[in-house]
Design a protein around this ligand. Structure first.
Ligand code: BGC
Length: 723
């Protein structure tokens, strides 16, 4: 029943999107509008045919793959999406296409490091490239929208979802989030190779009590504004088309019913014009959270709060029309949601190109995409200690590669990889074998079950690949103890007893307790879950073809009992002075410093920092900038990359401010003996914060700037902000 543009003016792609939206909405019944707010999981072309024809399904979650031949997870995740789309576009009264969303979190077929590993690169260009590749590969499968990037600030390593995050600081998370949004969406998300992005989970989810997933959140608006909302703002300013509400409450108000944060702040104050999607059954869960009597009540509260698209609860579909007819909500609320949903559909070009079509283009990893994945995996390697054993030289002799991940593929992909394939992963053993040949490589699973200890003694050096399987992090995978999984420390003790140099490679989705590992091993590399180029990247780093340059995007606490430990720590009334016992008033039984500070990461050379220079000692509150420069010299004998980090402290403000906060960074690639200059443009805006009345302000006064290789170590200078 295709109709001409004269009868369907919204199909005229030359008209501006708002006009097309209004033209379409003018034709829609209340039921058809409500249909647009309904997202179903795993849409099925036959089972859902009738609903699609009625215009009762606006969006789908998970379905992927244009044709049946492209299906992988049969019957669960992949469906014939074009067949479903055909019902919506050709058999429904108004022909509104379905919006297909899917979790494309750190790559689609070409799997990059988990987001926390990608964050360790501190590289916006790389993040953008990864997003662009993922978008292209997902678009080939008919996916129009990804539920990424996740920008929940994560300072709680027990929480499994830190793996999906971009770390603990607003500036690093915000800039990488904006870069990923650019990668996914490009200049125009309607381009056939681009997809819509989604900043999630708004807001405060990273503060889930005790690190238990989905738990409650107690945080005040000031901390939200000064920290947790900032990466969302960066994503919104970067043009993200959608935002997802969080499962948690914030100080008693579930986010799916949080009118103030969703309507007043996100849509009002920030002018966000895209759509807000619920999280999975987040609308229905308002009943479990004890703020709604039933699903109808939940739907009313969620639409009033500003949730536009209902992911899978069915509450909108079942109740919104009645709520309007009964006078319980204004139809304008539904109109506002539908306007936003349709705007995204028009902007994505779905009315022009609703179908994925035959997958004539392959989306399997290519040489080019693997090269980017390998670079990203290099950057996910954070060298946290090294007594000189690394890199292994050409005459390192026989290497014993030991541990549960030596031959692994799948486990190194990381959490949330719906489309990554274990067989695409280069395992550590495969990459080491390629370099050393079978003669110089012994491989064991770390339990000494397949080789006698005697044989292992013949090896000259042991590389132990330990840590977490990717199943041990991610959604719903929190732990109460951030020690290594059971048995691994014992295995490391046994390996250390062999008396050979020991390198520990720690694959992980979260900061772990590494004290014993650092004591036992001659070098420790934290790698996160690195994706399909895992083995190649490890070999490049271990054998010194590439100098490690990853930097921790999260603080590593001494032990589980020290959580939370992060750079956000604010001053108390009892400061810990350097000359005092650092335990004073804190723990009786331990220090209060982190094991590894935020930003930490060693390499195969040493850098010497000069004294930071300011182009002027003062800066006006409302305008202008000063230049901050610091010379950094590579005083070792290998080329390497240094991530020069700029932190600040505002010593006197209206509210307590962090003892140290990242505000910028610069990357220098330096040859042996070379000196480079890290240059920063500093504006007063960088020191803005939300004061007692929760409005943004910049104060006159002193700011202490600190430049160095991590949050704890650095050289300081002072800048004065004047009126
Ligand atoms: C997660 C979201 C995800 C959604 C859809 C939820 O359980 O919290 O991050 O995008 O499922 O898969």
């Amino acid at each position: 029943m295709a109709m001409h543009v004269e009868h369907r003016p919204w199909l005229d792609a030359t008209r501006p999107v708002p006009e097309r939206v209004e033209a379409l909405m003018a034709q829609m019944t209340l039921e058809e509008k409500v249909g647009q707010t309904h997202q179903v999981a795993n849409i099925h072309p036959d089972d859902d045919a009738e609903l699609l024809r009625q215009g009762s399904i606006g969006s789908s979650l998970f379905a992927s793959g244009a044709t049946a031949g492209n299906e992988r997870d049969e019957g669960v995740l992949a469906h014939n999406i074009d067949a479903a789309q055909r019902h919506a576009v050709e058999d429904s009264r108004l022909g509104i296409p379905v919006l297909f969303g899917r979790d494309v979190i750190h790559g689609h077929r070409t799997v990059f490091p988990i987001p926390l590993g990608l964050a360790a690169a501190w590289d916006e260009e790389l993040a953008e490239q990864a997003g662009e590749i993922a978008a292209h590969e997902a678009a080939v499968d008919g996916v129009a929208w990804t539920f990424a990037p996740m920008v929940d600030l994560s300072e709680e390593p027990r929480w499994g979802r830190v793996a999906e995050s971009l770390g603990e600081t607003p500036v690093l998370s915000g800039r990488l989030a904006a870069a990923l949004v650019r990668g996914f969406q490009g200049e125009d998300p309607g381009h056939p190779d681009r997809i819509a992005a989604c900043a999630k989970h708004f807001a405060g989810y990273g503060l889930a009590a005790g690190g238990r997933d989905y738990d409650t959140v107690s945080v005040g608006e000031n901390t939200l504004r000064n920290l947790h909302l900032r990466p969302f703002k960066a994503a919104v300013d970067g043009g993200v088309t959608t935002v997802m509400a969080a499962f948690n409450d914030v100080d008693g108000i579930p986010m799916h019913a949080h009118r103030h944060l969703l309507r007043d702040v996100l849509k009002g104050e920030w002018g966000f014009e895209g759509l807000v999607v619920a999280d999975w059954n987040g609308v229905g869960q308002l009943v479990n959270q004890g703020v709604a009597v039933d699903l109808r009540d939940a739907a009313r509260q969620a639409i009033e709060a500003g949730v536009d698209l209902d992911m899978c609860s069915g509450g909108y579909s079942a109740h919104l029309a009645d709520l309007v007819r009964d006078g319980d909500i204004a139809e304008g609320l539904v109109d506002d949601a539908v306007r936003r949903i349709l705007t995204v559909k028009f902007r994505l070009g779905l009315f022009e190109r609703p179908y994925a079509g035959e997958p004539t283009r392959s989306n399997a990893p290519t040489e080019q995409t693997r090269a980017v994945a390998r670079r990203a995996a290099h950057a996910a390697h954070v060298l946290v200690s090294n007594n000189g054993v690394l890199p292994l030289g050409p005459d390192c002799g026989t290497v014993h590669l030991s541990g549960p991940f030596a031959e692994e593929g799948e486990a190194l992909l990381g959490t949330w990889t719906l489309d990554g394939r274990g067989e695409d992963v280069v395992s550590p053993a495969a990459a080491f074998r390629e370099r050393l040949g079978s003669e110089r490589l012994l491989v064991s699973d770390g339990r000494f079950s397949d080789r006698s200890v005697q044989q292992l003694r013949n090896a000259d050096v042991t590389v132990a690949v330990v840590g977490e399987h990717s199943w041990r992090s991610g959604e719903a995978n929190s732990v109460s103890d951030i020690g290594l999984p059971a048995g691994q420390l014992d295995a490391l003790h046994q390996l250390a007893r062999l008396g050979k140099p020991l390198v520990a490679v720690v694959y992980t989705g979260r900061p772990l307790e590494l004290g014993d590992v650092m004591d036992l091993a001659d070098a420790v590399v934290v790698v996160w879950h690195p994706g399909i180029e895992a083995g190649n990247a490890l070999a490049d780093i271990v054998f010194g073809d590439v100098s490690p340059h990853g930097r921790l995007p999260m603080t590593f606490p001494l032990t589980t009992g020290h959580i939370p430990t992060s750079t956000h720590q604010r001053p108390t009334g009892r400061l810990i002075e350097r000359h005092e016992d650092p335990r004073l008033g804190r723990y009786l039984d331990d220090l209060v410093f982190p094991r590894l500070p935020f930003g930490h990461g060693l390499t195969y050379t040493t850098f010497d920092y000069g004294v930071p220079r300011l182009s002027a000692p003062q800066l006006t509150r409302s305008s202008g900038s000063v230049r901050l420069e610091v010379d950094v010299t590579n005083i070792g004998d290998r080329a390497a990359r240094e991530v020069v980090q700029l932190y600040f402290r505002d010593p006197v403000a209206e509210v307590t401010r962090p003892l140290v906060e990242l505000t910028d960074w610069a990357v220098l690639d330096l040859d042996p003996g070379e000196t480079g200059t890290a240059e920063f443009t500093v504006t007063a805006e960088q020191f803005a914060y939300f004061g007692r009345d929760n409005t943004a302000r910049v104060d006159a006064g002193e700011i202490v700037l600190q430049v160095g290789p991590d949050a704890l170590t650095g050289k300081r200078t002072t800048l004065t902000i004047i009126d």
